[in-house]
Design a protein around this ligand. Structure first.
Ligand SMILES: NC(=O)C1=CN([C@@H]2O[C@H](COP(=O)(O)OP(=O)(O)OC[C@H]3O[C@@H](n4cnc5c(N)ncnc54)[C@H](O)[C@@H]3O)[C@@H](O)[C@H]2O)C=CC1
Ligand SMILES: [Mg+2]
Ligand SMILES: [Mg+2]
Ligand SMILES: [Mg+2]
Ligand SMILES: [Zn+2]
Length: 445
């Protein structure tokens, strides 16, 4: 449409929008003082010049907060989100509602300073209050309330860790093949009682937790448990999602460190034998000539592999890109993900992996939240990203299919349990939480 076809009113609005887009403050204030109603009027794109009403949306259903967040204007997003008019509640942002993902709850105080105190660690190992978790082949012993035949039906919380005392595991601790790691001290709960015996108890240190991994026969290990329905889950990716949030956090820490010991038994620098130190948080080479003993070497410490996982949003703001691997359950689609490579920023990794796996080019990237994923030691770094191209060409080696899913289809799958079009991964995954985060960003609509 040319300016000749615009009415005088429309022309004034376009001039006003143009001045705002250019940042011409003096023209904006002149026009506004003459015609205050301009402030919330929308142009052809559905945009307003200034957002006075924070609940206004453009033609892509985005609020001012959404736009500021997507384009990385953190200061403006902060101002819009922090307002005392209830926006903070309705427009969740990373600053306002820090996410807590499954596997990320810290119920133990890691007490890293205590790891070098051998005397204290040894005394705690034989303390009658100390708690032990027992791992076989990197799976923790758990008990369920149902028979094993119904494993697939178990829900989060239906599975509990089996806890042992020193007397029950002391024979295992003495075996050279057993790996024992210090996890931390139970975080103290706020004192609520006033009885004298409880007061005395609260003065002593809370219980210390250790985890042990053993190569003893699993069936024999199960026999030493007093409780029924105990087992070592066979599929960690699926079965560990049935623990409570608290226990999942402990398992995330224990499993990753134990997996590191089982994979890094020898020195990565010289191939020599190593010994475990610092409560399981270090392995030092026994070869006195080894370069890994000079200075600080990252080969001596447990590893964490960063993985970016991204929900890529269509430029229209109303569709998201999800893909499926051949190994996924039927109709399951998830966020694209990939390992961060050396010398790469998170933003670059998001752009590279999205391009490699789907052919879609990505512009702005925004961090949302992260999740330790102990299979064996990934740190999933969850981001939202905005696509700048939309044609899909999948990398068939990794991805079977990728598609743009309209917001409504996502809502149907996520909130209405409609599994006819596609299924989102379970809520314990950060993939699920990213999709939910995107949908909820516009929950005010
Ligand atoms: N919690 C969640 O919601 C999700 C977790 N994941 C996890 O993210 C991880 C990475 O995702 P992918 O798409 O497989 O990554 P990817 O797209 O980078 O491809 C994996 C391939 O990269 C190579 N690779 C490079 N560095 C590696 C490393 N440090 N460890 C292992 N392989 C490496 C291997 O050839 C591997 O087959 C997976 O282990 C998966 O378990 C993936 C999606 C959702
Ligand atoms: Mg991938
Ligand atoms: Mg990839
Ligand atoms: Mg990769
Ligand atoms: Zn060495």
């Amino acid at each position: 449409m040319t300016s000749l076809q615009l009415s005088a009113k429309e022309e004034m609005l376009e001039t006003f929008l143009d001045a705002a887009a250019r940042g011409d403050l003096s023209q904006v204030s002149t026009l506004l003082s003459n015609t205050p109603s301009l402030i919330n009027q929308t142009g052809h794109s559905g945009w307003t010049a200034l957002i006075c009403d924070k609940f206004s949306v453009n033609s892509s259903s985005q609020t001012a907060y959404d736009i500021a967040t997507f384009w990385g204007h953190r200061h403006i997003a902060g101002l819009l989100g922090r307002a005392a008019d209830g926006c903070g509640r309705i427009l969740p942002g990373a600053d306002l509602h820090p996410h807590e993902n499954y596997f990320s709850r810290e119920t133990l105080d890691r007490q890293s300073g205590r790891r070098t105190d051998k005397v204290w660690l040894e005394a705690k190992q034989s303390d009658s209050e100390t708690v032990y978790l027992l791992f076989s082949n990197l799976s923790p012993m758990v008990r369920t309330y149902l028979f094993n035949l119904l494993w697939l039906l178990l829900q989060q919380g239906d599975m509990k860790l089996c806890l042992f005392r020193f007397e029950e595991v002391k024979d295992l601790l003495q075996k050279p093949s057993t790996v024992t790691i210090f996890l931390g001290i139970e975080k103290t709960k706020s004192p609520s009682s006033s009885s004298s015996s409880e007061k005395a108890e609260s003065l002593s240190e809370p219980p210390v937790w250790f985890a042990i991994n053993t190569d003893e026969d699993a069936a024999a290990l199960l026999e030493r448990c007093r409780e029924k329905n105990c087992s070592f889950p066979r599929s960690p990716n699926r079965d560990l999602l049935k623990l409570s949030e608290e226990e999942a956090g402990v398992v995330a820490q224990a499993r990753s460190v134990l997996a590191w010991h089982s994979r890094y038994s020898f020195c990565p620098t010289c191939g020599g034998a190593t010994k475990m130190e610092e409560g399981g948080y270090k392995r030092s080479c026994l070869n006195s000539e080894c370069r890994s003993l000079q200075g600080v070497h990252n080969t001596c410490y447990p590893r964490v592999d960063p993985v970016v996982i991204m929900l890529v949003i269509h430029p229209d703001g109303n569709q998201c890109l999800l893909g499926r691997k051949k190994v996924f359950p039927v109709r399951m689609f998830s966020c694209l993900a990939g390992f961060v490579e050396p010398g790469e920023t998170l933003e670059e990794a998001v752009r590279r992996e999205t391009e490699e796996e789907s052919g879609v080019t990505v512009g702005p990237v925004q961090y949302v939240s992260c999740q330790p994923w102990p299979m064996p030691s990934n740190l999933m770094i969850g981001c939202l990203a905005v696509a700048v191209s939309t044609d899909i060409k999948v990398d068939e080696k990794e991805i079977e299919e990728a598609r743009w899913f309209p917001r409504q289809q996502v809502i149907d799958s996520l909130f209405r349990g409609d599994r006819s079009v596609f299924v989102i991964p379970p809520r314990q995954t950060i993939a699920h939480q990213l999709v939910r985060h995107w949908i909820c960003m516009n929950s005010n609509l």
